[in-house]
Design a protein around this ligand. Structure first.
Ligand code: PNS
Length: 162
């Protein structure tokens, strides 16, 4: 059985993330969608809230399991016996970031590997930080966020403004 893991902050999960997960789920038997913490980021949504949003979005995806962890990615990777990590890339700078992260993880666990999926053209400008900025100013984020979690995301971003 081939299993992949798609880790990320998902603060919040965007249509871009969902597209990568959907495509990754097609090329493996099991996809772990892992909501994690990045030490360099401050979060708008708690880990639990991010996990719950992901569970809502992937409720009907038979081979996608949502997990949450505030530990090290290589530890989950090892424990779940994953074949590779999946990450989406939008740009050259994303590629550099992914290459560095994969080098670091490979130093911790030499069997670690990564599959990079280029994002869809029409989603190449969508990022969680852009969603948050547009949403906080009351802009329309419906083209960037899966419909099932749009209200939750809007509620939090608009409250953050007051
Ligand atoms: O969506 P992001 O913020 O780019 O995802 C980064 C993430 C969460 C995958 C990365 O920070 C991570 O793996 N965090 C878990 C802790 C860890 O293993 N850190 C070492 C990374 S080299």
């Amino acid at each position: 059985m081939t299993s992949l893991i798609f880790p990320g902050s998902f603060d919040p999960l965007t249509r871009g993330h969902r597209d990568i997960a959907r495509r990754a789920a097609r090329i493996c038997d099991k996809l772990y969608f892992a909501v994690m913490n990045n030490d360099h980021k401050e979060y708008t949504f708690t880990l639990e809230e991010r996990v719950n949003m992901a569970k809502t979005v992937f409720a009907d995806y038979a081979n996608v399991e949502v997990i949450g962890s505030n530990g090290l990615l290589v530890d989950i990777y090892k424990n779940l016996g994953c074949n590779a990590v999946v990450r989406g890339i939008r740009s050259e700078s994303d590629f550099r970031y992914e290459a560095e992260m994969s080098l670091a993880n490979r130093m911790l666990y030499p069997e670690y590997d990564v599959v990079l999926l280029p994002c869809r053209d029409d989603l190449s400008l969508v990022s969680s930080s852009m969603v948050k900025e547009v949403g906080r100013y009351g802009g329309d984020i419906s083209a960037m966020i899966p419909t099932e979690i749009l209200e939750t995301v809007n509620d939090r971003l608009r409250k953050g403004r007051n």
